[in-house]
Design a protein around this ligand. Structure first.
Ligand code: 13P
Length: 340
């Protein structure tokens, strides 16, 4: 097995998944605004420190995706974050895209930037301890989107990124996110998601990427968040699996879902329902941002005296998602006392 495949498989080890803590400065500011905390470099560092030093969370967390600022920061005792994670058996990763920008001549659609200079940046991140990377493309669903133009330009960029990662010894997490805002039906979500995935795997193949050393980070197939008649947990599990069986090659070792604005409980329940229907050709795991962090953020409120409560909230959420990896989650576990 190649080193890339070994890393990819470790990231989707049984009972474990990934914490996405790679919010850009704009996104972390939004999260901090929601709890009335100023987004200073020190507050961002303290918040990430709280997450990364949570005792025992490595039972459920295999890797953490960092932002450029964060990979250069250190824990309160001076240990650089990548080394701290590594010492707990958690693999450090890094977001390397530079964000989704308006796609020229395609109103309402985006293309993700960040390919220029990427080879040199990947080399630097590898030196800082990163062993995997993430690049996110976004697509929206409407009567005439995603357009073929948006589907193929983003697929091409995702594959260029993935090839550069493999050359640099980093496992690429390929993240095509079909946004689920709007009133679309679950069938429309499935059609758009399937189209996007098909194009991504054509480009990855054509650009010589070894799928065994990659992970996919997709959206789940759900009804639009504002749809009148929304699919149930079982409906989401069935529709997502059907779409994936049609479009994702079995050479891919793992699928690590984004939460994409679902509630933390929905994100866990959906993952659990899919794993209950297993085994599948790929591991089905999580790479949640909001769905892992929401309760911790609310408990923290920027106050040092709340750090322990925030760590307990994060540990509990990670544990429930760990249970969902094997279909062992039950909604009653939400009410379990969060251990002191
Ligand atoms: P969410 O789980 O909050 O969607 O974040 C995951 C992520 O990394 C998006 O790029």
């Amino acid at each position: 097995m190649s080193d890339l495949e070994t890393t990819a498989r470790a990231l989707v080890a049984e009972g474990k998944g990934i914490l996405a803590a790679d919010e850009s400065e704009g996104t972390i500011k939004k999260r901090f605004d929601s709890i009335g905390v100023e987004s200073t470099e020190e507050n961002r560092r303290a918040y990430r420190d709280l997450l990364f030093t949570t005792e025992g969370v490595e039972e459920f967390i295999s890797g953490v995706i960092l932002f450029d600022e964060t990979i250069r920061q250190s824990s309160a005792d001076g240990t650089p974050f990548p080394q701290l994670l590594d010492s707990k058996g958690i693999i450090p990763g890094i977001k390397v895209d530079k964000g989704a920008k308006p796609l020229a001549l395609a109103e309402g659609e985006t293309i993700t930037e960040g390919l220029d200079g990427l080879r040199a940046r990947l080399e630097e991140y590898h030196g800082l301890g990163a062993r995997f990377a993430k690049w996110r493309a976004t697509y929206s669903i409407s009567a005439d989107t995603p357009s073929e133009y948006c589907v193929w330009t983003n697929a091409n960029a995702l594959a260029r990124y993935a090839a550069l990662c493999q050359e640099a010894g980093l496992v690429p997490i390929v993240e095509p996110e079909v946004l689920q805002d709007g009133t679309h039906t679950i069938e429309e979500s499935s059609k758009a998601t399937g189209r996007v995935l098909q194009a991504v795997y054509v480009e990855l193949h054509d650009q010589r990427v070894d799928l065994r050393g990659t992970l996919l980070k997709p959206n789940m197939v759900v009804s639009g968040y504002d749809a009148s008649d929304r699919a149930s947990v079982d409906g989401v599990a069935d529709a997502t699996l059907e779409c994936f069986y049609r479009h994702i090659p079995p050479a891919v070792p793992g699928i690590v879902f984004l939460s994409g604005g679902q509630s933390d409980e929905d994100a866990t329940a959906h993952l659990n329902a899919m794993n209950k229907r297993g085994p599948h050709p790929w591991q089905l795991s999580f790479s949640y941002g909001r769905a892992l962090q929401a309760p911790a953020l609310k408990a923290w409120l920027g106050k040092p005296e709340n750090v322990e409560a925030a760590q307990r909230a994060y540990y509990h959420r990670a544990k429930l998602n760990g249970a969902a990896r094997t279909g062992m989650y039950a909604p009653e576990m939400e009410r379990e006392a969060v251990p002191a």
